[in-house]
Write a protein that binds this ligand. Structure first.
Ligand SMILES: *Cc1c(COP(=O)(O)O)cnc(C)c1O
Length: 463
């Protein structure tokens, strides 16, 4: 027997009656009448829609305070939810790249709540620009004459081109016209900066004479781009920075390199794939080098340009610098991150990016073997759990072919069907702290390289 809809509508409690319920009154104290009233009206609308559609009261109408609490919890949840990054990609652009070191977090937090000498000289001396303190640090670390900090490396490249070669020609090898994820393409950035791109060489081979022949009246910059996210193999040739810098110096044309990731320390000493270092390029004679703050450097999102004083001066004075500059929070975090590089012996422990990248496979395997017995019982009905070797990626434009041996917990559906995997991955994405793994070869893989709090994961997956 179905109830007449109008009778159902009349069963919905009035808002002011709900507001007088003790359980809801206490929520009003906590969250305020405005928000609670608004959400109660929202719930009323939902209930009416449910009645209209299904001719019955939705189940949650049995407990309005609880429904309100759930809605409040959903609404208060940040759009930037903390997640477990068990994807196997350490610098995951979609998950926010580098995790900051403790001193960087402290510095950023402190700068947030207080006035700081961002562009204020306590000794009355005239300083050049707001990046000065950090520029000094970068000069010590890289041997540069000066530095400029902007919002990200894409901004660094844009500003560099707009300031150094406005309306002029920039020579780049065809093999280096890269696209980085998120619509950053060298030819597009050139256009946006008001520069004319002159492509030289071929996709696989570019020689010094190609650059030399391209130089003319209008040439304002010779540029190299680090092909970070792909590699060309086989019959290849590229001009190295030292040769190009020499050519530039001969002809009075500045040279620049967009490094993308770039590392201030030699990654090979940790057994990691070698990554070009800004200081080496500067020593080879390159005039300007750009790189990211939140890739291998392990700091906040930022774009860093280091190099010759006169050229950095152009960048600092360009109107785009004002639009692309960073704020005190970023500068504080970046400064604290760079200070860690003054004590390189401590870096692998203190800098989370390096700590995660250098975690030995045996240590990750031990973590997998500790977690296995803790998690297997809850999943054993539907999944077979195993500890298995796997490969992690550095991410963020480091070569995808450079892999790091790692270990994973894998979940294989006992019924052998992929639907169970999708359902499991979806359930984990819906957790209060979502768990992000990766599905491959009929299994769900949780690469444990980036897991530093095992008990937190056990708790999350047991909820
Ligand atoms: C990552 C990258 C960029 C873009 O840097 P963002 O910090 O993401 O803006 C530009 N060029 C290269 C070569 C890169 O690897």
């Amino acid at each position: 027997m179905s109830i007449e809809p109008h009778l159902l509508y009349s069963q919905l409690p009035a808002i002011d009656r709900l507001l007088r319920e003790p359980a809801i009154e206490s929520l009003v104290v906590q969250y305020g009448q405005t928000l609670v009233g608004k959400l109660l009206r929202q719930l009323q609308v939902q209930a009416r829609e449910a009645i209209k559609r299904y001719q019955r009261l939705p189940e949650w109408c049995g407990d309005w305070p609880q429904a309100l609490k759930n809605l409040l919890a959903r609404q208060q949840r940040s759009a930037l939810q903390p997640v477990f990054n068990l994807s196997g990609t350490v610098l995951h652009t979609n998950l926010g790249r580098a995790l900051l070191a403790q001193p960087a977090m402290v510095a950023a937090t402190s700068a947030m709540g207080t006035a700081v000498t961002l562009e204020y000289d306590l000794d009355g001396a005239e300083r050049g620009h707001r990046d000065q303190a950090i520029a000094d640090l970068l000069c010590q670390l890289t041997g540069a004459e000066d530095a400029c900090i902007v919002n990200n490396n894409a901004a660094a490249v844009l500003l560099m081109l707009a300031a150094i070669a406005p309306g002029k020609q920039v020579v780049v090898s065809r093999g280096e016209l890269v696209e980085i994820g998120g619509a950053f393409r060298i030819p597009d950035v050139m256009r946006q900066a008001g520069c004319q791109l002159v492509e030289v060489g071929t996709t696989n081979r570019t020689h010094l004479k190609d650059y030399r022949n391209a130089i003319g009246e209008q040439t304002a910059l010779l540029m190299k781009v680090h092909t970070s996210n792909y590699s060309i193999q086989g019959f290849t040739a590229a001009v190295n920075e030292a040769e190009l810098a020499l050519l530039g110096a001969e002809r009075g044309i500045p040279t620049a390199t967009d490094l993308g990731s770039g590392s201030l320390i030699d990654m090979a000493q940790y057994g990691l794939p070698a990554e070009p270092m800004p200081q080496r390029l500067l020593a080879a004679g390159v005039d300007l080098v750009t790189f990211s703050g939140d890739k291998l450097l392990g700091g906040p999102q930022a774009g860093i340009i280091v190099g010759k004083k006169a050229l950095i001066g152009h960048l600092q004075q360009h109107p785009l610098k004002r639009a692309l500059r960073v704020g005190k929070i970023t500068l504080a975090a970046l400064e604290a991150t760079l200070r860690l590089y003054q004590q390189p012996e401590l870096l692998a422990e203190q800098l989370p990016t390096l700590r995660l990248l250098t975690r030995p496979q045996w240590a990750i395997q031990q973590a997998a073997e500790r977690l296995l017995p803790a998690l297997a019982p809850q999943f054993s009905e539907d999944f077979q759990l195993r500890a298995e070797p796997c490969w992690s990626q550095i991410g963020s434009g480091s070569l995808p072919i450079d892999r790091l041996p790692s270990y994973a917990l894998t979940f294989t559906p006992i019924d052998g069907r992929g639907a169970a995997l999708e359902a499991l991955a979806e359930r984990w994405r819906g957790l209060p702290q979502p768990v992000i793994g990766r599905i491959s070869g009929g299994r769900l893989w949780l690469d444990l390289r980036c897991l530093e709090q095992e008990s937190a994961l056990i708790k999350a997956l047991s909820a």
